[in-house]
Design a protein around this ligand. Structure first.
Ligand code: SF4
Length: 899
């Protein structure tokens, strides 16, 4: 056993607080724990969580999660005592009271690993350890005494990262079709001989193959809409034609998901196609939006003094990770999701390229850039695993037209409508417009960092091309009309500056004038109709200002194109790439501005029936955070069809809940299929699960609506009876927090850990990891957990829905409801949400579970949303609790809290 460090360890849960030191372990009160933590360096696990449990926000200490991130960067660990025990090869404690002692032993193991000669992540540790020590990182002295000083100076991070290489473009994909026997043979190879032959999956694979036939008419992709009930194995079902087509046609298939969870799962499933890791790395590329990836230039800036305090420590730990990461993905990739939460997100977003400030080939790290690498790799890959938003962005404004997606599988296809809705919308708000101002002008006043405006980014073009230079100057001058720092305060003081702030001020005034008092504290909105004279006049003045910016940006785009068409001597490949990058980001800004101008052009005039326009004040905890005008398509599948479907050759849209009704009309409307002249084929196969035996729906009829105490009591009783393993779903964050506050301690006394989105300082992905890892844990959450949580087995055996998931009564919802059949439209949405929530419960043939709806009055028409055969009963809470006790499988015994 390695030597223990001379520090005590502190463990705090809802069930109690313990301190372990050289004298043993003892339970302590909150006051003593706080005093001890304030006086002595103390070992903890997840300091923000401990701080919250102690009610002592200043808590800092020797956080084992930070040490783990240093010792094993880019390695996964569930951030709980159990997860830490597994990661350090220790036995998980049998009593919660022994957890503090385990923390001390885990620290010793991690320190010992740094001393061991075979430590895989040694490279770079010495230099970063010394730097962290200088920053007074609590683990600094421990690390520098454990890590041996290398004989030769370590290479810096940027020199160690590999460079990508340009590859010639791929020839166009060959026109081939996939015969059913070939798709089935590939499916058999993927599922293995020992697997039960699943007829549904085989039929699905054949149906999915239809999307890969050669296209016969322009703008008419081969479209297949396929609903495959849970458990069919649809991923391998479509991977078989996907992989066949990619290898035979020598083309790329994009597989798109809505949730990161499915994207991660798909990436793992492709391991069956390419068991060899190197081959897989070349053939399968996971891509996300650029704001997910580490920007090396931003990291360099942070390491060289751009960050201070805790953010600077995070930058060093991210630098440690950057040397070992597979792909540089900071959000849902191999950077532990909990790492940035430890720093309260301090600085993490500044390490990615969120604001489109990339300077492309002008960047010293361009050839090592993770984003550029992923983009190039995807052009050569067989399979690109992406998300709906990125597929749409690439189809709409991908830099390389040759590489825009033409064969696409949209999994989680029931979310295409929502993804298209946000992609093809416009929002002229204070936050959006100040971003545009910064992008054009660059840093102003006291702002720091390396952000540069257009003039600095395109200095070489400006000095070469007089017209280009004039356009940049004109754009810089016009951008002065956009809101600047302090705009929100000026709005609330009634002293806006410039035409756009004046418009936002008028918008804010109208929104408040038309709101009802009950709305206070939440986002407020009102339809953009019957506007008053001052607002219409302010909109007209803002149009002039925005148009004044749009024109020079259009002119500049033209000049940049001209420079590329007739290249001057100085235009080497790096400068060309940089100008191409500038053209792409200019195009995006121009589109945004044009959409704003079009939206404002309608203010005061007749409404455009294709759009829904409204004014809104976004608020958090009763404070304004943004103000603006919004425009969404009434039917966002129209621009989606024009931008994504028509240029594509083959599209498979699939999901477990795609159809959404007794016929395919809804799926055709919500997938965009109605707007293309294609022969759309449909296919459906039911889940193979025996829902009558595996599940039941209990509608609890005696929990009064609006009675938060009764709601909390119902949650507590149901969770306690199930001994955890419960996913609790809410439609309101406020109610979620209220219920959590009432039941967390009560459940803790029964040794049932309870986690909650919007309460625990832990990111959602990590919360699900924790929940999956502990069969006694329960998790409360909102929309993001209703879909995209895949927890097979005993860890999820009960789903509780707080009530009917009604739609929020927004302006947009009201307009769509009116245009799509009123109540029938609402009903379809609610049934779909209930079906998605139910879908979390039974993931495997041996799963058992109960779905509980706490609502006295669920209309019967919603209760057919569940898979055929699922028993549905209306019961009292007492009866529901009895059913839970009777029907749910027993899992391992609960931990004891101990002395
Ligand atoms: S090329 Fe762009 S995104 Fe990549 S490191 Fe440089 S500035 Fe960042």
């Amino acid at each position: 056993m390695p030597d223990l460090l001379p520090y005590p360890a502190l463990y705090a849960s809802h069930g109690g607080i313990w301190i372990a030191d050289a004298d043993g372990t003892r339970g302590v009160g909150r006051r003593e724990a706080v005093t001890r933590a304030a006086d002595t360096p103390i070992i903890v696990l997840n300091a923000p969580l401990v701080a919250q449990r102690l009610g002592y926000p200043e808590l800092s200490g020797l956080d084992l999660l930070e040490l783990f991130a240093f010792v094993h960067p880019a390695r996964f660990m569930v951030p709980t005592v159990k997860g830490l025990a597994a990661a350090t090869g220790l036995e998980s404690p049998a009593e919660e009271a022994l957890s503090a002692e385990l923390l001390r032993h885990a620290a010793a193991v991690l320190v010992e690993r740094m001393r061991a000669s075979g430590w895989a992540e040694r490279d770079g540790a010495w230099s970063i350890g010394v730097t962290l020590s200088r920053m007074r990182w609590p683990w600094g002295p421990v690390v520098t005494s454990a890590v041996a000083r290398p004989d030769e100076a370590e290479r810096g991070l940027f020199a160690r990262l590999p460079e990508w290489e340009d590859q010639p473009p791929r020839p166009p994909a060959r026109p081939i079709s996939i015969a059913a026997p070939d798709a089935l043979a590939r499916l058999d190879a993927l599922t293995g001989d020992d697997r039960e032959r699943r007829e549904g999956q085989r039929a699905y694979a054949v149906a999915a193959s239809g999307a890969f036939a050669p296209r016969m008419r322009r703008d008419a992709p081969n479209m297949v809409l396929a609903e495959a009930g849970t458990g069919i194995g649809k991923t391998l079902g479509y991977l078989s034609p996907v992989s066949l087509w990619a290898s035979e046609a020598r083309g790329t298939v994009w597989i798109s998901t809505y949730t990161k969870a499915l994207q991660r799962q798909l990436d793992q499933e492709t391991g069956r196609l390419f068991p060899d890791l190197h081959e897989r790395a070349a053939k399968v590329v996971v891509r996300k939006g650029r704001e997910n990836y580490l920007c090396l230039l931003n990291l360099e800036d942070a390491l060289q003094g751009g960050f201070s305090g805790r953010a600077a420590v995070l930058a060093q730990l991210v630098a440690r990770w950057a040397a070992y990461t597979r792909d540089g993905d900071m959000v849902g990739g191999d950077l532990p999701g909990w790492l940035t939460s430890l720093f309260r997100r301090n600085g993490s977003s500044a390490l990615t390229d969120r604001r489109g400030e990339c300077i492309y080939a002008g960047c010293p790290h361009y050839r090592r850039c993770f984003i550029e690498r992923a983009g190039r790799a995807s052009a050569q890959a067989d399979i690109v695993v992406a998300n709906h938003a990125l597929v749409m962005v690439n189809a709409a404004r991908g830099r390389d037209v040759q590489n825009r997606p033409t064969r696409i599988v949209f999994d989680e296809g029931h979310h295409l409508f929502d993804a298209a809705d946000s992609m093809f919308s416009a929002a002229l708000t204070g936050q959006e417009s100040i971003e545009l101002r910064r992008w054009v002008i660059g840093p102003e006043g006291t702002s720091r960092g390396r952000r540069r405006g257009l003039a600095a980014r395109l200095a070489d073009v400006a000095s070469y091309d007089t017209e280009g230079s004039a356009a940049i100057s004109a754009a810089t001058a016009a951008a002065q009309a956009l809101p600047s720092d302090g705009w929100l305060a000026r709005l609330s003081e009634g002293a806006p500056f410039g035409p756009v702030e004046a418009l936002l001020s008028a918008v804010r005034g109208l929104v408040y004038a038309r709101s009802v008092a009950e709305d206070a504290g939440y986002g407020l909105e009102t339809e953009a109709a019957a506007l008053d004279g001052p607002t219409v006049e302010a909109a007209a003045a803002a149009v002039v200002a925005l148009d004044g910016l749009l024109r020079p940006l259009i002119a500049l785009g033209g000049r940049l194109e001209a420079v590329l068409d007739e290249p001057p001597d100085w235009l080497d490949s790096a400068a060309r790439a940089r100008i191409e990058g500038a053209i792409a980001s200019l195009g995006w800004r121009r589109d945004t501005l044009a959409a704003w101008v079009a939206m404002l052009g309608r203010v005061g005039g007749p409404t455009d029936p294709d759009f829904v326009d409204w004014l809104a004040v976004a608020r958090v905890d009763g404070r304004d955070i943004d103000v603006g005008l919004h425009r969404h398509w009434l039917d966002p599948m129209r621009p989606f069809a024009a931008t994504v479907l028509k240029p594509a050759h083959g599209v498979l849209i699939t999901s477990a809940t795609l159809k959404g009704g007794s016929d395919w009309s809804q799926a055709e409307a919500r997938s965009g299929a109605l707007h293309v002249e294609a022969d759309v084929r449909t296919f459906e196969v039911e889940s193979p699960f025996d829902y009558a035996r595996q599940a039941a729906v209990l509608v609890v009829t005696d929990v009064a609506r609006g009675d938060i105490g009764a709601l909390a009591n119902a949650y507590a009783r149901l969770i306690a009876t199930a001994e955890g393993g419960t996913l609790g779903l809410f439609t309101s964050i406020r109610r979620l927090r209220s219920v959590h506050a009432r039941i967390a301690d009560r459940l803790a006394r029964e040794n049932i850990p309870l986690y909650a989105q919007h309460v625990d300082p832990i990111d959602t992905g990590t919360l699900v990891d924790i929940f999956r890892d502990d069969a006694h844990a329960s998790l409360l959450g909102t929309d993001a957990l209703r879909d995209g949580v895949d927890v097979p087995g005993a860890s999820l055996r009960q789903v509780i829905l707080e009530g009917v998931p009604w739609s929020r009564p927004t302006v947009l919802h009201g307009a769509r409801r009116a245009a799509n059949g009123g109540q029938a439209y609402d009903d379809r949405l609610i049934r779909a949400r209930m079906a998605q929530a139910f879908g979390r419960l039974i993931r495997r043939a041996d799963d058992r579970g109960l779905f509980v709806v706490l609502s006295a009055s669920v209309p019967s028409r919603f209760l057919t949303a569940f898979p055929p055969g699922t028993p549905v009963v209306r019961v009292s809470l007492d009866e529901a609790v009895a059913q839970v006790a009777l029907r749910l499988p027993t899992v391992t015994p609960l931990l004891h809290q101990g002395a």
